[in-house]
Design a protein around this ligand. Structure first.
Ligand code: MRU
Length: 351
């Protein structure tokens, strides 16, 4: 990966700190309209996370960290200890924006920790911490790109789900970072992207992102995945994660679990790529994860056009849990865990 041209493959930035405000690339209107929205207060950032203006586990953590920096403008405190008390309500509101991705709580915990022992310059401390969270995420993604791509045999086809790219992170992406690196190295010949209904992160965001890099993905309906695997066209399913538990069970976008089942059935390998900020050693297994359920109305229409019959009820869980027994490799910036289980997770992450 030494010769990898990151600037060629890594140009999209969903989160921009101007020094005065937070600018978020509005992911609700991509790829048809590319516009940034500006936020000057933390409650606005919490709402942007809730409304999916910014989405993807690492990205919502980074946005929340900047939300704390914005909240800091509105409180008076002599030092970090006082500031921590004054900022707690805003942090709680940011934390409540979405429940499943642990990166949100992880980033807020880092901001709280940074305040411990901070003096009169506590606002500067918070700003530097938010910057560090973003820079570390980008570095982790680049490292995971190298580690994950090394697992893939030259000439492979791969299938991905949802959007795990620059749009979902500080840049480069997790699973999509592995795919970028794998394509650049000639290991990946063809990329299949699932639509990812109902919000179409795959059809709208992943396809658009890869096209920016000159990579032409093949879009499939989510329901075509098992059939695709049966044809022998893919060797790996490569996905991101919103929370990885102490036993390796992994929450990710709804539909991931059925991909893992189908992959095992067809002898296709299954790779989860996520930074260590997504690992939650305090959650023992997937049953303990709070799965977000969003408004049923998301299932009633596509692109603003009603597609469901009137007067129907709906259930809209937006994540599911893949048991660790169906995962062949978890890739974090700390290394690769093959056939993850509790012992392997504890060896890598302690706790
Ligand atoms: O609802 P979303 O779009 O925030 O869900 C995103 C995912 O499920 C991603 O796969 C996950 O956050 C990893 S992003 C690097």
């Amino acid at each position: 990966m030494d010769a990898f041209d990151f600037d060629r493959y890594d140009r999209i930035r969903p989160i921009r700190w101007t020094g005065e405000a937070l600018e978020l690339l509005d992911q609700r209107t991509l790829p048809f309209e590319v516009k940034h929205l500006r936020y000057e207060d933390s409650d606005g950032v919490a709402e942007a996370i809730r409304q999916l203006v910014v989405r993807g586990a690492p990205a919502i953590g980074i946005a929340a960290a900047w939300g704390v920096v914005l909240a800091a403008r509105r409180v008076e405190a002599a030092d970090g200890a006082q500031a921590a008390v004054a900022l707690e309500p805003a942090m709680q509101r940011l934390n409540a924006a979405r429940p499943t991705a642990v990166n949100l709580a992880w980033a807020l915990a880092r901001m709280r920790r940074a305040l411990q022992g901070a003096g009169a310059d506590w606002r500067g401390v918070l700003e530097r911490e938010a910057q560090a969270i973003a820079e570390e995420d980008l570095a982790a993604n680049r490292r995971m790109g190298a580690l994950g791509a090394a697992l893939i045999e030259p000439g492979s086809g791969v299938l991905t789900h949802c959007n795990t790219g620059s749009l979902a992170t500080a840049g480069f992406g997790t699973a999509l970072g592995v795919i970028r690196a794998g394509v650049a190295q000639g290991r990946i010949e063809r990329v299949y992207a699932g639509e990812t209904r109902p919000w179409l992160q795959g059809a709208r965001l992943t396809v658009w992102e890869l096209q920016q890099d000159g990579i032409a993905p093949v879009l499939i309906a989510d329901a075509a995945a098992s059939h695709l695997m049966k044809t022998g066209a893919v060797r790996w399913v490569i996905v991101g994660a919103d929370r990885i538990c102490a036993n390796g069970d992994t929450a990710n976008k709804i539909g991931t679990y059925q991909l893992a089942i189908a992959a095992r059935h067809h002898g296709v390998r299954f790779m989860v790529v996520a930074p260590s900020s997504t690992v939650d050693m305090h959650t023992p297994d997937g049953d303990a994860i709070h799965i977000e359920e969003r408004d049923a109305a998301e299932l009633f229409s596509l692109g603003g056009v009603r597609t469901a019959a009137e007067r129907v009820g709906a259930w809209n869980p937006v994540f599911d849990v893949t048991p660790h027994t169906l995962i062949d490799a978890i890739v974090t910036e700390r290394g690769v865990i093959e056939r993850p289980d509790e012992a392997a997770m504890r060896a890598a992450f302690g706790g």
